[in-house]
Each structure stands twice: as C-alpha cells, then as structure tokens.
Write a protein of this length. Structure first.
Length: 253
C-alpha cells in the first residue's frame, strides 16, 4: 500500500492497526490524549506572577497606604523601593481592572550635568529622563506588553510639563522624583487627580537637583501631614533594600 493511501485511510478512519502486528519497528501513538511533557502533573500552576512582598516595616506601611488612600506621598532615601512599589501597585490595579490606565510622570531635570542637545523628536529627547520608569515597568511586565499597552493608551509616560490642564479619571498616577518639582509644579500635579483615581508621589527631599529653596516636596508633605484623607509615608535608612553599602554611605554623606 502506498504512503498516500495509508494517510488517506488514517484520515478517513479506515486504518487497521492490526495489519502491522508482529512488526516491532512500527509503533502507533496513542490518540486518547494530547502529548504533554509532564502527563502526571496536569493540575500544576501554568501561570507566573511576580508577587509584591514588603521587605521592611516602612515598605509595608507604604503598600497599606496605597491600598487605603487615593493620594499618597512616599518620601525616603534612595533604594527604599518608593518608585518600584508604586509602579508595581499601578500594574496590579491595571491588570485587575480597578483602573483603566496608568499615567507616569517625571520632571525632565538633569542630575547636575548638562547633556546638551539631543537629536530626534520630543519622545527621543525625553527618553533619557523617563528611562527609570521604563525599567520599573519592564520588571513587572514584558517590554512587548509594555509597548502594546502604550500603543493602546493604557500606559502613558509623560514629563511634568505635559500634565497641565488635564483631569486624570479612572487612572493610577505615579509622580516620580518629585523633589525636582517646584511648589507650583506640585500644586499643579496634585490637582490633576480625578474620579476613581489613585496618585502616588515619590521623592527624596535630600537629593533634589534644584536649589533648596525651589524644591516644594518637603513643604507639601509637611502641610499634608494634617490631612486625614492623604497619607504621607516617610521611609528611612532601615528601609533601604539595595546593597547594604548604600545605607552606610547615606549615613555618612
């Protein structure tokens, strides 16, 4: 019998496996189940999700504040996980359907060093300033998914200067590096908060790239301490989760 005829009989259900009995070189694959590399563990968990776990009392307080309040100010030194936790909670809210989009904003302020003229359009010029936000997002989502969500408008990354005049409804808003915002800029940003939205403002007042009298984060945080519906979380050196030397360096610098 030709190969073509054999394939046709198998496709039409007329294949007789008994005609090959006694031939040890021919084996017929079972058709009652699909092939699986782990057939005896079919109930195993197929998904993979990075869960958020607080590594210090300060981080736990920040996570609880984000869950309970619509406006949270997270102040603390570098390495305490302010930005990462804020973006992780934003992704969690978007994936669960509690918000319709994520809006991330950051002041385009150079860290004490002028990088000069940058080629390209506005997005190319602002990319170096917004890179830390992309890094945090890509750690929670794949870059392919981040790009897809950005094209859909579900994730928006914009500098502070592009936020004026907007009302952010049904959104999770993260304002990063707020110590580089003036008092007027922070007032403008904070009043963008709309219905069914959460805003987290992160920054370290001790690492401002502005003149001390220009940075408005410390002043705004002090005023909000007395507002019951706003949470101000102050992280300390003991909350640093980077290399242990970071905490030691900040203790003497």
């Amino acid at each position: 019998m030709s190969k073509r005829a054999t394939k046709r009989q198998l496709r039409e259900g007329a294949f007789d496996a008994g005609q090959f009995e006694g031939d040890d070189k021919i084996r017929r694959l079972p058709v009652d189940r699909g092939w699986s590399p782990m057939p005896h563990n079919d109930d195993r968990e197929q998904g993979y999700l990075k869960t958020i776990k607080a590594k210090s009392p300060g981080q736990q307080a920040l996570i609880e504040a984000i869950d309970k309040k619509n406006l949270v100010l997270a102040l603390g030194p570098a390495g305490t996980g302010k930005t990462y936790l804020a973006i992780a909670k934003a992704v969690e809210a978007l994936e669960s359907g509690r918000v319709g989009r994520i809006v991330l904003s950051r002041p385009a302020v150079e860290a004490g060093e002028s990088i000069g003229f940058l080629p390209g359009d506005a997005e190319d010029k602002l990319a170096p300033y917004l890179r830390p936000l992309y890094d945090a997002l890509s750690d929670r989502l794949s870059m392919k998914r981040v790009r897809a969500l950005m094209q859909e408008g579900a994730i928006e990354i914009a500098p502070v200067g592009f936020m004026r005049g907007r009302t952010l409804n049904n959104a999770f808003v993260v304002i990063d590096e707020a110590q580089n915002c003036t008092y007027g800029q922070l007032k403008m940003l904070l009043t963008r908060l709309g219905w069914h939205s959460t805003m987290v403002v992160t920054g370290d007042p001790n690492q401002s790239d502005l003149l001390p009298e220009l940075s408005g984060l410390a002043s705004v945080a002090d005023r909000f301490e007395t507002v019951d519906n706003i949470s101000v979380v102050r992280l300390a050196d003991r909350d640093i989760v980077r290399h242990p030397l970071v905490a030691e360096m900040l203790g003497v610098l």
